[in-house]
Design a protein around this ligand. Structure first.
Ligand SMILES: [Zn+2]
Ligand SMILES: [Zn+2]
Length: 355
């Protein structure tokens, strides 16, 4: 048996880049699946995950797994790809594999570990595009050790159809109050809302409508235009008085989208000036911000919100990705909103709302 000595991330990248040089079809799909299996596999167990790949792909996988160094792996990819052009996608750069996340959590500063956070922030329910009910999600946050949590379903505007309209926000508000009446002493629940930033930087909220929630997350989900500098769009969004947090600022998506182009030092300075926190979104396909930009946000004076962006109960563990990125960026614990007690977080929200 070959000893695996390259990282899961490097192995995944080798499989992805071989997939890139294939035309659409079964072979390309199998290579992509194997790439994701390696990328999402915890620890050094990717060989186990790769056994699920089709038999005809196993000799190729054995060759890659048998490489003793990343140089050898790259050489093997070149050999296997032959004369095919290099179609390497930048949308995979700077993402951490699950194994790397695990290693960071195991060796990074313990005070940034999810177990040491108090608030579970940014998750979705069936009220928008989540899979579970509000109560199921908030109970799962409690079981994960959190003292408080914050739901942030999508608002329904022009760009997001499966979100909450004004009546939906009110109905959810009543359920949040009902939860807090019964369980608020043990686990306080805040109601947030994830609101789309339109192409011009305004929020996707019908004119004259007030956002009657505890916390507003502004986020980009459309108009990524790779060639356009989007600094002004983002600055306009963070200068909107209702906004508390700039969520997944780049809007990048693993394998598909490199994210917005912007002068980030200007965006983060605007956040710091406006008292808007910047999110580290731990959803594995987002990892937004990455450690370098998270560090820049800290150096610009921003406060940081760690988020799982869970759309189902098992996704709550994506808080580990956000923590690991914060560890790599050496975010000081006192800059992280999730370490506040619920009453301290409430004060922070109110201060921002009164700006
Ligand atoms: Zn989002
Ligand atoms: Zn979200």
């Amino acid at each position: 048996m070959n000893r695996q000595s390259t990282s899961n991330g490097a192995l995944a990248e080798a499989l992805f880049s071989l997939a890139d040089s294939e035309p659409p079809g079964d072979r390309r799909l199998a290579l992509l699946r194997a790439g994701y299996a390696a990328f999402d596999c915890p620890g050094k167990a990717s060989r186990e995950a790769l056994r699920e790949a089709p038999t005809w792909l196993q000799p190729l996988i054995s060759q890659l797994v048998g490489c003793r160094s990343e140089d050898a792996l790259r050489a093997a990819v070149q050999r296997l790809r032959g004369a095919q052009a290099d179609r390497r996608r930048p949308a995979r750069k700077g993402f951490l594999s699950r194994a790397e996340i695990g290693e960071t959590l195991g060796s990074g500063p313990v005070e940034l570990h999810p177990k040491r956070l108090r608030g579970a922030c940014h998750w979705h329910t069936r009220h928008s595009d989540g899979k579970a009910s509000l109560e199921t999600m908030v109970r799962a946050c409690g079981r994960r050790g959190y003292a408080w949590s914050m739901v942030t379903d999508h608002s329904k505007g022009l760009e997001v159809v499966s979100g909450l309209d004004r009546e939906g926000v009110r109905i959810q508000r009543r359920r949040v109050e009902h939860w807090n009446d019964r369980h608020g002493e043990d686990h306080h629940l805040f109601q947030g809302l994830e609101v789309e930033v339109l192409e011009d930087g305004t929020l996707d909220v019908p004119k004259g409508e007030r956002l009657e929630v505890d916390c507003v997350l502004a986020a980009v989900h459309s108009h990524f235009d790779a060639d356009r500098d989007q600094t002004e769009r983002l600055i306009r969004a963070v200068n909107t008085p209702e906004v508390h947090v700039l969520a997944h600022p780049r809007g990048r998506h693993f394998h598909h989208r490199p994210g917005l182009k912007a002068r980030w030092e200007n965006v983060f300075s605007a956040c710091a000036d406006a008292g808007v926190a910047v999110e580290i979104n731990g959803f594995p396909r987002r990892q937004d911000l990455d450690p370098a930009l998270a560090r820049l946000a800290v150096d610009s004076g921003c406060e940081i919100l760690l988020a799982s962006d869970a759309h189902a109960v098992p996704h709550l563990e994506f808080d580990g990705y956000a923590s690991a990125i914060a560890m790599r960026a050496e975010v000081p614990r006192e800059r992280i909103l999730n370490v506040k007690h619920a009453d301290e977080f409430e004060v922070w929200l109110e201060e921002r709302s009164n700006v």
